[in-house]
Design a protein around this ligand. Structure first.
Ligand SMILES: *Cc1c(COP(=O)(O)O)cnc(C)c1O
Length: 361
């Protein structure tokens, strides 16, 4: 029940055993191009205007590629923070020596658009706004479309960490006017770990010629030239992970982002209700929660290790909370090929391990 990597469909797992292949042959070009086009579709882009590059690396590689490649030396980035992954953007900006400012709302606090607008008008040198869509450290879903409107009004481009939202939460490059979206294959897109991607406007990628290169492996301009312009990868890709991602994307598009989000939300509602009936409390207001994650307060007198180990013996893996929440909360994900049967089995195991019984509905 960890938020990625997730349990995958058997068709995705079977695809991993595809043939050995040279990545400089037309067979891989065709696979990579199909994967890139499916990524654009799942992000709500259009084939003419948008493109995606797929990186061999986890979600972090995609976020790092986006931030390190798009902010020019004479620009600056405003980081919108309300949890661990927002803080990571600021760490990355510091690592790459980017000029940055931050609006920090505090963990599990909602984003206040007025404060974002004020921060942007206070510093006209800012050119980009970086934000997290689903802040997986708390389970909060941030309104990226609203932040993007504020950014655009200030003439800034947007960089969105959508690693734990793309595939299940509404996210639309074209309609929401998002400039850069970073994602992962192994969360709501339900593939195996090993691939990340960045999706953006074609003219945005081309304009990266004007930005100083700061990294070799994560240089978006290089990957665009290789993958999109030359239809060949810049470096050796994780070919089995591409086989699996291709199938996972086909399944995601077949199901549809809205339907997948609904499926996760139904499971999360069942899980939240069951947890609540055991007398445990949840973080966040219901309207703030993403479909795929639930942060639960640890019951009194039970350590995370005891809870984790007891549930693992029963076949369920729970996930620790991070940072300031780590002593008091744990996290449960509803991503992946999970069913009501898994949720009900988990709730039974949780009752046993905590020694609680469910209150009537
Ligand atoms: C999981 C996650 C990441 C990091 O992904 P890795 O695959 O662990 O590198 C980044 N941002 C968010 C919001 C995440 O949930």
């Amino acid at each position: 029940m960890n938020p990625g990597p997730v349990m995958v469909d058997e068709r995705v797992r079977a695809a991993l055993t595809g043939p050995d292949l040279c990545h400089r042959e037309p067979e891989f070009s065709a696979l990579m191009t199909r994967v890139r086009e499916r990524v654009v579709e799942v992000c709500g882009g259009t084939r003419d205007e948008h493109a995606a590059v797929v990186l061999t690396g986890s979600g972090t590689s995609a976020v790092e590629a986006a931030l390190s490649s798009v902010v020019p030396d004479d620009g600056g980035v405003l980081v919108v923070e309300n949890g661990h992954y927002g803080e990571r953007f600021s760490e990355l900006a510091d690592l790459y020596g980017l000029r940055s400012a931050r609006v920090d709302f505090g963990w599990s606090q909602p984003v206040d658009l007025e404060r974002v607008a004020e921060a942007l008008s206070a510093d006209p040198g800012l050119t980009h706004v970086a934000m997290v869509h689903h802040e997986t450290s708390t389970g909060m879903l941030n309104d990226v479309a609203a932040v993007a409107r504020v950014a655009r009004a200030a003439g800034c481009a947007t960089i969105v960490d959508a690693v734990s939202s793309v595939g299940a939460e509404r996210l639309h490059l074209a309609d929401d006017g998002l400039d850069w979206v970073a994602g992962s294959a192994s969360k709501c897109l339900e593939s195996v770990p090993g691939l990340g991607f960045v999706c953006g406007r074609r003219d945005g990628f081309a304009a990266l010629d004007g930005v100083r290169r700061r990294t070799q492996y994560l240089d978006l301009r290089r990957h665009f030239a290789a993958q999109v312009e030359a239809e060949a990868p810049a470096f050796t890709p994780a070919i089995p992970a591409f086989y699996a991602f291709d199938v996972a994307l086909e399944l995601a598009l077949e199901e549809g982002v809205a339907a997948r989000g609904e499926r996760y939300r139904r499971l999360a509602d069942r899980l939240r209700e069951g947890v609540r009936r055991l007398g445990l409390t949840l973080l966040l207001d219901p309207a703030e929660r993403a479909a795929s994650l639930t942060a639960v307060r640890l019951p009194d007198g039970l350590s995370l290790a005891e809870l984790h180990d007891g549930l693992k013996d029963a076949g369920f893996v729970i996930y620790a909370a991070q940072g300031p929440l780590s002593g008091d909360f744990f996290r449960l994900s509803t991503m992946g090929v999970m069913t009501e049967r898994h949720i009900d089995g988990f709730l039974d195991a949780l009752a046993r391990v905590t020694g609680r019984s469910a209150a009537p509905a």
